[in-house]
Design a protein around this ligand. Structure first.
Ligand code: CTP
Length: 419
């Protein structure tokens, strides 16, 4: 028999003291009701890797919802209960805890959401995606900190392998294909050869997944520190074209993602910028297909349409010494994410400079005179006033006027000439 690995010290080292006390308390509460409580899934993996984790998944062989309510009382956190799945989610401070009853899930058909029945810990862990995510740590007093590693998770963690637990894993849930790539690239691991074979075999199962779930996976990829690594691998393994056949990822796109991070720093780039970069070489039809497939929200869809359309305008922006008002005319009305994506994707330094000028300066330029000022200069309220204001903005952008007096002089001249 191999010796039990105990993670009590690691828990103490890696988690804040407040959280450790809470985990101990809730383990004791569960024990008081003759139930066993476990830390499961990704948090165990991250503890073993000594990586920071903010999400704790707890599993109990009893009533998860009652336990979550007790925990909510102690933490004063925000509790959400999902009666159908017998789970509860608690948020407080920067922490998130999912509490679930140890379960045995069945899938009515491939790609469907699981149905949940009570089950054993071994069964619960066996139904998980990869061995490194299928370990548990006991949190009940007496066994506190003991690692439950039934499927070789620790060994795979040490060897750097992403390995499924059974050959139907990807058919049960094809989102695991994206998850495999994500963990592989995040952790610098390798998809274990047999698992890679299954992934290749089951790649078409990605088509059974609803647009909402695939979009969620895509969002998770884009939250990674280096999403381009996942996309490069997804391209190599023919997973990326399952999203949309026209999508590609190469070193050029990787560089643009890096630039996007630099210009957005210290916050990560918005989802929309990354997505606009990923899709900017698609045709308008392909963009529409992707929007429908992923059920993208309206504002995001507009950004992708904008960046696709802007790509066709890029040649006109590559002209040297373009008048600022012309740059404004081309770019005005497009979303900033689409414009930034176009600028990063443009091979022309001139176009990038012009776009930069628009984003940092031109789009904020307004005349000093207002509609009221024009009225007091004798103009009758109506479309003529807005036309003059537009012309003033153009004059201001192109440097023909630079202050209020010059604007007034120009307006008087236009009025005199009837222009
Ligand atoms: N899980 C699974 N199959 C999925 C999604 C999740 O088996 N398609 C299991 C895994 O055991 C996973 C756990 O549910 O560890 C929690 O899922 P999630 O929060 O998505 O993953 P984490 O492991 O916490 O990973 P991350 O660090 O990316 O949040």
């Amino acid at each position: 028999m191999s010796e039990t690995v105990n993670l009590a010290d690691k828990i103490k080292e890696c988690l804040p003291a407040e959280l450790v006390r809470l985990i101990e308390a809730i383990g004791a509460m569960a024990a008081h009701q003759d139930q066993h409580l476990y830390l499961v899934g990704g948090a165990v993996r991250d503890l073993l890797l000594e990586r920071e984790t903010f999400d704790l998944d707890l599993a109990v062989d009893g009533d998860a919802i009652t336990l979550a309510q007790l925990l909510a009382n102690i933490t004063q956190g925000r509790l959400t209960v999902h009666t159908r799945f017998k789970t509860a989610n608690l948020r407080w401070k920067e922490w998130r805890t999912d509490l679930t009853a140890i379960r045995s899930e069945t899938y009515d058909q491939p790609g469907a959401l699981p149905r949940v029945k009570p089950g054993s810990l071994a069964g619960d862990l066996f139904r998980r995606d990869f061995t490194i995510n299928a370990m548990a740590v006991q949190l009940s007093p007496g066994h506190y900190g003991d690692l439950v590693d039934l499927y070789g998770g620790l060994e795979d963690l040490e060897r750097g392998f992403i390995r499924v637990l059974h050959e139907k894993s990807f058919t049960d849930d094809a989102t695991r294909i994206w998850r495999a790539l994500r963990y592989e690239q995040r952790l610098g691991f390798q998809i274990e050869p047999e698992t890679l074979g299954l992934l290749n075999r089951d790649i078409a199962m990605l088509d059974t997944i609803s647009g909402d779930r695939i979009r969620h996976e895509l969002e998770l990829v884009l939250k990674e520190s280096y999403p381009e690594k996942v996309f490069l691998r997804a391209d190599e393994l023919q997973v990326l074209p399952r999203l949309q056949p026209g999508l590609k990822c190469d070193s050029g796109l990787s560089e643009r993602f890096e630039q996007a991070r630099q210009i957005s720093s210290p916050t990560p780039p918005p989802f929309s910028l990354y997505l606009a970069l990923l899709t900017c070489n698609l045709t308008a039809d392909q963009v529409e297909q992707l929007i429908v497939h992923l059920k993208l929200p309206r504002s995001l869809s507009q950004i992708l349409r904008d960046s696709c359309r802007l790509n066709t305008e890029i040649a006109s922006l590559a002209t040297p010494s373009l008048k600022p008002s012309r740059i404004y005319e081309v770019l005005h009305g497009y979303s900033p994410s689409a414009i930034t994506a176009t600028s990063l994707a443009a091979d022309s330094p001139e176009a990038s400079r012009n776009i930069h000028q628009y984003l940092t300066r031109l789009r904020y330029i307004k005349p000093a005179l207002t509609g009221e000022d024009l009225k007091s200069m004798g103009l009758v309220p109506g479309s003529r006033i807005s036309e003059i204001l537009k012309r003033l903005r153009v004059a201001r952008m192109d440097g023909e006027v630079s202050n209020r007096q010059e604007e007034e002089r120009l307006v008087r001249e236009w009025l005199r000439k009837g222009a």
